[in-house]
Design a protein around this ligand. Structure first.
Ligand SMILES: C[S@@+](CC[C@H](N)C(=O)[O-])C[C@H]1O[C@@H](n2cnc3c(N)ncnc32)[C@H](O)[C@@H]1O
Length: 383
């Protein structure tokens, strides 16, 4: 156990407030070790002095984050697991999906090698045309610098080590600068974005979620929360692909092994009510006054608020409805996860779909006012 250290806690708080990076959910001893290492490099002795240093030298955030967020990665890392993906997991997935689109997510993608490995493998197995027509690979990380490298899709000779010459010839082109660019044919199907696994909502309707060598940096509470969201992110039958050194100790019945040795796990289907749990801790509220973890209070407040409220996710599905909305619009747990447009409340008593589309497009609040609604004997007006 690491000893409590108020100066270290103050430093973590500062990183969260100044840059939005919340390292409190990471394994404390390992974050401490890494911060110590960085402090030694610049000859700063204590966490309080280092906080002062960061305030005066904002450029120091970059090397510090580079030290804490470990970006080590490679193409087809752990060959044996990728072979299992090629021969078993992906063929199963293709059989299950028929001719439907396929959505993959590389979460904690570092400089992109994992996402591009997925692209090469899928394209090999299903053919380039089908790959381009049907496959989307979302690749996310919290580290903007790593994402920049990933988007550039440019790698040194050393970074290609381990790929056979045929693979390099097929998918890479050497530029005048000697670096190797990943082919645009596959690159177009990979969409990069910043996503913080601790704080941001997950991407949804994912068939294969690769989150490798990332989960292991978090403490067990945070791992459990992330796994809950990953469960939500996956389609029924969807597969989670973890790193060699990672286990699912905290998954609490959400996943079942497909091949535990190579770290493939299938989502266990649960009732839709679980979608709520997946978001229940999305905005953790740590009370500054008491130091207490009040996570979950916000969801109770939302659930019991007197005004009906629903939350629609980016895919247009119902993610949450509070009790008042449930009563007024006859929503229940089975409606969670359904497309909003399929729910009666999207068109009765008012046409809400176009207002929602406009709100999404213009990123502005839309009002629909004075909507008459006849309920039992009473006519009421809704805003
Ligand atoms: C060791 S790398 C793993 C790269 C790749 N998945 C692999 O297995 O080779 C860990 C990655 O997790 C990212 N990471 C750390 N904390 C994260 C967070 N809260 N949300 C998203 N990514 C995070 C780091 O920036 C880093 O790129």
């Amino acid at each position: 156990m690491t000893e409590p250290d108020p100066n270290f806690d103050a430093l973590l708080r500062y990183l969260r407030e100044a840059r939005g990076f919340d390292f409190t959910g990471y394994k404390r001893s390992s974050v401490m070790r890494r911060v110590d290492r960085r402090m030694q490099e610049i000859h700063v002795a204590g966490y309080d002095d280092y906080l002062d240093y960061l305030q005066v030298h904002p450029r120091e955030f970059t090397p510090l984050f580079n030290t804490i967020l470990i970006n080590v990665t490679s193409f087809f890392r752990d060959a044996e697991a990728w072979e299992q993906l090629r021969t078993q997991v992906v063929p199963d997935l293709l059989a299950r999906k028929g001719d439907e689109p396929i959505r993959l997510w590389s979460a904690g993608c570092a400089a992109g090698q994992e996402a591009y490995s997925l692209a090469m493998l899928l394209s090999d197995v299903m053919g380039l045309d089908a790959f381009r027509r049907r496959v989307k690979i979302y690749a996310t990380d919290v580290d903007d610098e790593a994402l920049m490298q990933a988007r550039s899709a440019s790698y040194s000779q050393r970074e290609l080590e381990g790929l056979g010459p045929d693979v390099v010839r097929q998918w890479f082109e050497q530029g005048d600068d000697g670096r190797f660019g990943f082919t645009k044919d596959l690159r177009r199907s990979v969409i990069f974005g910043r996503n913080d696994l601790v704080q941001d909502a997950p991407i949804s309707r994912i068939d294969l979620l690769s989150c490798r060598n990332t989960l292991m940096y978090f403490n067990s509470d945070t791992q459990a929360r992330i796994l809950q969201r990953m469960h939500f992110a996956l389609t029924t039958g969807g597969v989670l692909f973890l790193g060699k050194a990672e286990t699912l100790l905290t998954a609490g019945g959400l996943f079942t092994p497909v091949d535990a040795k190579r770290r493939f796990f299938r989502k266990v289907a649960l009732g839709h009510g679980n979608a709520r749990d997946a978001f229940a801790d999305l905005r953790r509220v740590d009370s500054p006054a008491t130091g207490r973890d009040d996570s979950g209070l916000h969801i109770v407040a939302l659930q019991s608020a007197p005004l009906p409220q629903v939350v629609i996710d980016a895919e247009g599905r119902l993610a949450l409805s509070n009790l008042a909305a449930g009563q007024m619009f006859s929503l229940n747990d089975r409606d969670i996860g359904r497309p909003f447009q399929d729910l009666e409340m999207s068109f009765r008593p008012a046409e809400l779909r176009s207002a929602m589309l406009l709100a999404g497009k213009e990123r502005r609040l839309q009002w629909v006012r004075g909507v008459p609604w006849l309920r039992a004997e009473d006519k009421i007006y809704l805003d």
